[in-house]
Design a protein around this ligand. Structure first.
Ligand SMILES: CC(C)(COP(=O)(O)OP(=O)(O)OC[C@H]1O[C@@H](n2cnc3c(N)ncnc32)[C@H](O)[C@@H]1OP(=O)(O)O)[C@@H](O)C(=O)NCCC(=O)NCCS
Length: 148
């Protein structure tokens, strides 16, 4: 499929409804309060950490991330992708790649990140294939958890 002509920009408060609409398709839930909180967090972070992709005046995808400085015992600044999503009709046309590339370029230029990490559900094939295609490999750490 042909690559879409997308523009990447920082998220804005007025993107709320479009984000909720895309997330409804990804999660099957309407989570307006959740997205409202995400947007409130975003204004506290540098704009390049919370990005949306637009094509033909429509919001096609989003990426939310942050940078760790020495969290989890990782000494060097590391970019973390904690949310990425592309509206299904726009998938497979470079939108996710464009969002990730902007995050990497800005993180490298503005915060000297040398590495980017994320957590994925190994059972979610689209996410796994996407990150693998874009050069991600298993890192040396594992997620640990317990019930509370
Ligand atoms: C994963 C996702 C972000 C990919 O976005 P996308 O815009 O379709 O990805 P791109 O078109 O930029 O693809 C980039 C590369 O990944 C590959 N890729 C993307 N999705 C793939 C899939 N499902 N299977 C295999 N490869 C895939 C593409 O082929 C492309 O490789 P290439 O550069 O060698 O051609 C999108 O499928 C998505 O939003 N999935 C749901 C994610 C979700 O549930 N998010 C909510 C919680 S985080």
């Amino acid at each position: 499929m042909a690559r879409l002509d997308v523009s990447i920009r920082p998220v804005e408060a007025s993107d709320l409804d479009a984000l909720v609409r895309i997330d409804e398709k990804l999660s099957g839930h309407t989570r307006k309060d959740y997205w409202q909180r995400r947007l409130e967090i975003s204004v506290l972070r540098p704009p390049w950490m919370s990005l949306v992709a637009e094509t033909d005046g429509r919001l096609a995808g989003f990426l939310f991330g942050w940078v760790s400085e020495s969290e989890f015992g990782i000494a060097q600044p590391t970019g973390w992708v904690d949310l990425i999503g592309v509206d299904p009709p726009y998938r497979g046309r470079g939108v996710g790649h464009a969002l990730l590339q902007r995050f990497l370029d800005s993180g490298s230029e503005l915060r000297s990140i040398a590495k980017v990490s994320t957590l994925i559900d190994l059972g979610q094939a689209d996410i796994r294939e996407f990150f693998t295609r874009l050069g991600f490999r298993h890192g040396p750490m594992i997620q640990m958890e317990r019930d509370v």
